[in-house]
Write a protein that binds this ligand. Structure first.
Ligand code: IPD
Ligand code: CA
Ligand code: CA
Length: 266
């Protein structure tokens, strides 16, 4: 049975409330695809509404904690806890915008630079992933373990591709070429928080991406770690949320092989 701590309840209540709004808005997005203007403004409003709901709920329950959220200015903690919430109200915006049912709310709690709790909630599939430091990672009521696959040729690896002129496309092309040649396949599903949750769940064996923000990865980090996986920068260095230029998460068995593959694109 999953651990349902007071902290989990606070995070889940906030996510659930925002998820109700996102689900309603996702229904509308399909109707807007055919309009000339498209759903972009509508989705941006949905995103901001979700962030406001999450912030209000978390603030009500833990008034002194700070915030680092994608859509608004950082708020420092006002109590002694030194804790702050790191929130992505809608991870997978492009999917949402295009009517693709693969997006999530991501909420993490940081204390003294360390993530101590994380929740990733996909409201369409009703997939709830959560973890607290030292108590394991969970998918709904099921305990999570990363996959046990240790042969690269059997592994399914997720990634995020540069888009809209961002990132280093030649470097990325070298990386996917090397991974394509040596694994069972690559997935680019468009929601980094879920990519990490899927590594924690053993659905993906590994994940790498460059240029992500703290709110994309904070909750996923603790999910993977508490599921027994390993997370680092792509060069093997320890991840620091604010500064790390890349992330590589996988089961322990393939981490260094995957790192080598990515370092030396063929
Ligand atoms: C994005 C998603 C995507 C990743 C992008 C992120 P958003 O977050 O996580 O998978 O490739 O780099 O920015 O914008 O949908 O919250
Ligand atoms: Ca995101
Ligand atoms: Ca977002």
């Amino acid at each position: 049975m999953a651990l349902r701590s007071a902290l989990f309840n606070v995070m889940f209540k906030a996510a659930e409330k925002a998820a109700r709004g996102l689900k309603r808005d996702f229904g509308e997005v399909e109707n807007l695809q055919v309009s000339r203007k498209g759903p972009a403004d509508f989705v941006s409003t949905a995103d901001h509404k979700a962030e406001k709901t999450i912030k209000e709920e978390l603030q009500k329950a833990r008034p002194g904690y700070g915030f680092l959220m994608e859509e608004s200015a950082p708020v420092p903690a006002t109590d002694e806890s030194g804790r702050r919430w790191i929130v992505d109200p809608l991870d997978g915006t492009s999917n949402f915008l295009h009517g693709l049912p693969h997006f999530a709310i991501s909420i993490a709690l940081e204390e003294g630079g360390e993530i101590i709790a994380g929740l990733v909630y996909d409201p369409i599939k009703e997939d709830l992933f959560h973890a607290e430091k030292g108590t394991g990672a969970w998918h709904n009521d099921r305990r999570l373990r990363v996959s046990a696959r240790n042969r690269m040729t059997e592994c399914l690896i997720a990634t995020g591709a540069p888009f809209a002129g961002k990132g280093d496309r030649p470097v990325f092309l070298g990386e996917i070429d090397a991974v394509m040649a040596n694994t069972a396949g690559i997935r680019r599903w468009g929601a980094a928080a879920l990519d990490l949750a899927y590594v924690a769940a053993g659905r993906f064996d590994g994940f790498w991406e460059r240029g992500l923000a703290p709110w994309d990865i904070a909750a996923g980090l603790i999910l993977v770690r508490e599921a027994g996986g390993y997370v680092s920068e792509m060069n093997g260095k320890a991840i620091t949320l604010e500064k790390s230029p890349s992330i590589l998460a996988s089961n322990n068995a393939i981490h260094s092989d995957l790192m080598k593959l990515l370092r030396k694109p063929s």
